[in-house]
Design a protein around this ligand. Structure first.
Ligand SMILES: *[C@@H]1O[C@H](CO)[C@@H](O)[C@H](O)[C@H]1NC(C)=O
Ligand SMILES: *[C@@H]1O[C@H](CO)[C@@H](O)[C@H](O)[C@H]1NC(C)=O
Ligand SMILES: *[C@@H]1O[C@H](CO)[C@@H](O)[C@H](O)[C@H]1NC(C)=O
Ligand SMILES: *[C@@H]1O[C@H](CO)[C@@H](O)[C@H](O)[C@H]1NC(C)=O
Ligand SMILES: *[C@@H]1O[C@H](CO)[C@@H](O)[C@H](O)[C@H]1NC(C)=O
Length: 821
């Protein structure tokens, strides 16, 4: 070889050198310096040095070649950056891939123990996998796909190798400028039934449905996945039908798990799927035993949480505030669920509960075997019976609390929830197929019915006897059974029984006097306490009409309405019999200096919400659409737990059964609570009730009566007083001093503002009760109130002149003015 050809070959070698390093394989005698790279054979991926975002640090990584925006899919030295461009990747004497900097510091290594002496080589494959192979048979001794950073590529596996213990999971970058190990990660949780979990720090933010997933063949989007769960591994991989689609799954540093597709037209990554995305995605959004789903939630509150059968909200207050995270607890009166006639209620189309506390029973168990197995173990709370890959049904059972249930029509799990015997009875229609329990239940029901029948019979005989001996001629005598069957929901009480219960309407038993009549406390012969309202005799309504009306009203049932048991009719005398409320009425508590301390702010807030819910029910949820027309604090009664219950609803209907127009010549109501359009023009609408509610709300917050005269500003009503303070921006001055140490100022301010919105002069400006409830229960911004009605107190005689010939009584007493018929 002469000198010339040697020079030529040298030049050729030098010319080719860059091409050598840009091949896809690194051999022991080669190295990659900063600026050089390996390119996979079909030009899909490159391995080399890069600087992320605005950082100047250098990292060794793999990126897409055909994606115009630098997109790193894997980083070697994610926590050990090179500060300059002196990084060198090579294969060490022992066959490992090693990364050094200029001072020969080892920054990263594949760190596998290489057996034998045959040399190894590294290759960047077209899938984006960097593999270290050894010997002529190219045995893979290490691969980057086993050590993912934040990205999953098609062909890569996420999950656990049960044999080797290798756990492949994704961990976010610290930031766009720093690929270091961030605090968001997505990994396979193999306990119970395997599922993916997505954490941000120590908080579990989202979880996938538990295995088994429906086969991806059921989706027609060209997206495929496999979920393996066998003795070797529990893992997931995905791909797209179209190999030209460039895609990746990534855990972002904000805590999102995203599947992205590259769009070459606008050079952007497009989201194909992500989580958490929907409000029900949020882990434990509805707490233990709660169920999330817009389809099932309370439509009035537009709230997505409901409780599973047999459970009720742990805190009703939080529930009203639309915070379901506290979850649900067993219903208070629930029976034992251990060998006590309990059974299962099927809840359909769910994302299965968190399966960390679930156990797979033997495979191939029929649904009823599964049910029996769960029933036998008293700590088993639910089960599903699933057909896996058409290989027969298997049984998955939960032990303990049920979390993160999402009702969604695109889900396909039917969860059987353990409930006690009474709950089971209310669901019998839905839970067909549990024959054993049905029979047991039927026996229980029949025996209860027989007992009830006997009791009724004896009671009836006694009643007839008593009547005969007393000689009182009951209006309904002999006729009673027939009457009752015509009004099945209505109890018709006998006058003798009422007279006995109230000790002949003894003044000692009198609870109060209202415009519609007086109220007495009574005790029935069975010991039950009732409140009896003796209606004034001025109603000209016929008996049948009256009974129709009462039975309609008795059907209104809501936890914030006083229950109407029935009525008693005797000639001119008409009485209504209600449940008795031991804690009297709201005015009895809030306007009294000593008793007002019984109600702290939290309780008052609950009361306000309760009243609002009761009125809303009257206005729009009940079939009757009732306008109360006499809402006031003395008509809000309190039960043993201080829950508010509205009384006297529907009374206006009783006196005014045929009244359908929106104006009346007869005004019933109480001064101080009546809206201007009602007082002046006799016009009433739901907005007049809203006005009264606003007054009640302000009274609850301030502990002062709207129409009392003991205030500082003699000429101002409470409304006027609040309005003044509101304009002076010191409205908290009005708050009842006895709740000074318990109130939450932003809640109180919100309430006062809502109160002012309700008492605005123009009915059109006032919100509906639905809007009021929404405003009370979520933190949206509120409109500014306009000037309210009735700012100034009027002398009594002036009132008369405004309203012509009507007569009004002041104080707490309902105005009673009835036209002659
Ligand atoms: C890099 O810096 C520029 C200008 O300071 C800024 O607009 C950009 O958002 C930064 N990029 C990242 C990824 O931080
Ligand atoms: C290499 O692996 C061994 C154990 O497998 C570990 O102790 C050592 O810290 C690792 N070295 C590096 C540089 O990761
Ligand atoms: C997942 O991996 C298996 C074996 O490695 C392969 O047969 C299957 O096609 C892959 N699934 C998808 C959806 O790519
Ligand atoms: C009920 O099942 C749990 C979970 O499998 C188990 O730990 C417990 O021992 C079982 N109890 C009975 C009484 O079988
Ligand atoms: C059900 O889930 C799918 C996504 O899995 C979502 O697109 C849909 O909005 C959900 N439906 C409801 C009613 O939440």
């Amino acid at each position: 070889m002469d000198a010339e050809t040697m020079v030529m070959s040298l030049i050729l070698i030098m010319l080719f050198f860059p091409f050598c390093t840009s091949l896809d394989t690194l051999t022991p005698d080669q190295s990659i310096k900063d600026g050089q790279s390996l390119i996979s054979s079909k030009n899909n991926f490159a391995l080399g040095f890069f600087s992320p975002g605005n950082s100047s640090y250098r990292y060794l990584g793999i990126w897409f070649v055909k994606v115009a925006k630098q997109t790193i899919v894997w980083v070697a030295n994610r926590n050990d950056p090179i500060i300059d461009s002196s990084g060198v990747l090579s294969i060490s004497r022992y066959g490992n891939l090693v990364l050094h900097d200029s001072s020969n510091r080892l920054l990263w290594s594949t760190n596998v123990s290489v057996q034998g002496t045959t040399s190894s080589a590294a290759q960047l494959q077209d899938s984006g996998n960097l593999v270290l192979v050894q010997g002529n048979n190219k045995k893979v001794i290490w691969q980057s796909f086993d050590h993912p950073t934040d990205t999953l590529l098609p062909g890569m596996r996420l999950g656990l190798n049960r044999k080797t213990g290798l756990d492949r999971f994704l961990t976010s970058w610290k930031s766009q400028d720093d690929p270091g190990t961030g605090d968001c990660f997505c990994k396979m949780n193999p306990t119970g039934s395997p599922q993916f979990v997505l954490y941000k720090g120590s908080t579990l933010n989202w979880r996938s449905s538990p295995w088994p997933w429906p086969s991806s063949a059921t989706f027609s989007s060209g997206f495929n996945f496999d979920f393996f769960n066998n003795e070797d591994e529990v893992s997931y991989n995905y791909s797209f039908d179209d190999p030209s689609i460039i895609s990746r799954v990534v855990v972002g540093n904000s805590g999102l798990l995203l599947t992205l597709m590259w769009n070459d037209d606008d050079l952007q990554w497009k989201e194909f799927w992500s989580a958490p995305k929907f409000r029900c995605d949020k882990y434990r959004r509805c707490g233990a035993y709660g169920k999330c789903g817009p389809e099932s939630g309370d439509t009035v509150m537009n709230f997505e949480c409901t409780c599973l059968p047999g459970y009720e909200p742990k805190s009703w207050k939080n529930w009203y505030h639309r915070d379901g995270s506290g979850g649900c607890v067993r219903k208070q009166l629930g029976l034992s669920m251990c060998g006590n006639g309990e059974g299962f209620v099927k809840v359909k189309r769910l994302k299965g509960p968190d399966s960390f506390n679930a156990v797979w029973m033997d495979t191939s168990m029929s649904s009823s075997e599964c049910e029996q197995a769960c029933l036998r173990n008293c700590s088993c709370t639910a089960f599903v019976s699933l057909n896996i890959d058409g290989k027969g049904t298997s049984c998955l059972a939960w032990y303990g609390e049920l979390f993160d249930v999402w009702e969604n029509s695109s889900e396909r799990w039917d969860l059987n929830v353990r409930v006690d015997a009474t709950e089971l009875a209310t669901y019998t229609k839905k839970s067909n197929g549990f024959l054993g329990h049905k029979r047991q239940l039927a026996i229980t029901i029949i025996s209860v019915m027989v007992t009830l029948f006997l009791v009724c019979l004896i009671a009836y005989i006694c009643l007839m006897k008593k009547r005969k001996t007393k000689g009182t001629k009951g209006y309904l005598e002999g006729n009673e059974l027939e009457e009752s069957s015509r009004h099945p929901d209505l109890l018709i009480f006998d006058l003798g029984c009422i007279v006995a219960a109230t000790d002949n309407f003894s003044p000692i038993n009198k609870l109060g006097q209202g415009g519609f009549g007086s109220v007495f406390k009574g005790q029935l012969s069975n010991g039950q306490e009732v409140a009896i309202k003796r209606l004034s005799k001025s109603s000209a309504q016929g008996i049948e009409e009256f009974k129709n009306e009462v039975s309609l009203i008795a059907k209104l049932q809501h936890r914030n309405l006083v229950k109407l048991f029935g009525c008693c009719i005797q000639g001119e005398e008409k009485m209504l019999i209600y449940e008795y409320m031991p804690n009297k009425s709201l005015d009895f508590l809030i306007f009294d200096h000593t008793r007002s301390s019984l109600l702290n702010w939290g309780k008052r807030f609950e009361i306000i919400i309760g009243i609002a819910r009761g009125i809303l029910y009257l206005h729009q949820d009940s079939r009757l659409k009732i306008i109360h027309r006499d809402l006031k604090t003395s008509n809000v009664l309190l039960d043993g737990e201080m829950n508010p219950k509205i009384s006297d609803f529907g009374i206006a209907r009783i006196f005014n059964g045929d009244q359908i127009q929106d104006t009346t010549t007869r005004v019933v109501g109480t001064y101080g609570y009546m809206s201007p359009e009602y007082v002046i023009f006799g016009k009433f609408s739901t907005k007049s009730d809203v006005f009264s509610f606003g007054v009640i709300l302000l009274e609850i917050v301030s502990g002062k009566k709207n129409n009392s005269s003991f205030q500082m500003h003699d000429s101002l009503t409470l409304i006027g007083h609040v309005w003044e303070l509101w304009r002076e921006d010191r409205v908290l001055d009005i708050v009842d001093p006895s709740i000074n140490d318990s109130f939450v100022s932003h809640e109180v301010l919100r309430c006062i503002q809502i109160g002012l919105l309700c008492v605005q002069e123009d009915a059109m400006d006032r919100p509906t009760m639905l809007a009021v409830l929404l405003m009370l229960s979520c933190e949206t911004t509120l409109p500014s109130p306009k000037q309210p009605a009735f700012i100034f107190r009027r002398p009594i005689n002036n009132l008369g002149s405004i309203t012509g010939e009507r007569f009004y009584s002041i104080n707490d007493v309902t105005i009673t003015e009835f036209e002659a018929r």
